[in-house]
Design a protein around this ligand. Sequence first.
Ligand code: HPA
Length: 234
Amino acid sequence: MSTHINAAKGVIAESILLPGDPLRAKFIAENFLENARCYNEVRGMLGFTGTYRGVPVSVQGIGMGMPSMGIYSWELINDYGVRNLIRVGTAGSFHEDIHVRDIVVGVSASLDSSYTNAFDLPGIYAPGAGYDLLVKAGKASEKTGIAFHAGNIVSTDVFYDQREDWWKRWAAMNVMAVEMEAAALYTNAARCKANALAMVTISDHLVTGEETTSEEREKTFTDMMTLALETLIA
Ligand code: HPA
């Protein structure tokens, strides 16, 4: 086992989906994978392995925020040999062309966090998606007809930001959405030579105040899961 995952070597697939909510991991395993088995219950952070169209795929809850994503993605890559990691989650948007229920893929992830400082680089690091998975996401979109926006997103450490209009300066840089994990995943994947992608659906809009109903979230969620799984097997 690793420090935070109690699984035997070999039971976690090379390709994995990473939702924040462990119960969402369970839902994905039960509804999108065949023959899924739970391999981890430590801290209630459930993880499952099954198959999707015959290909082994795992799904692991990773919690919220970059520290949590940093821990799980590091151990999955280094202790369990995971190679392809797709974060699936929700994000807020402040971009005028992006609306609630849209899917956004983070080509790159800006951050307001000190996460990358720990890598002690002689400049400012730019966390980016794995090109291979980006191309596969494009293929999966063509195959399924499920569209997505692609661009820069921002990973923040603070959900309840007290600075008025903080998002306006990100919006001015054409940043598409705000979430809390992608930059840590991209940084770890780069450091450990794995492939990573962050895929989010917009759950709330900071400018228009649009929100999603639970039925809309369900439908969008299903689309994003299909897109993510088809990306992993493309
Ligand atoms: N901020 C940060 N993370 C989020 C948001 C948000 O507004 N919405 C969904 N995830």
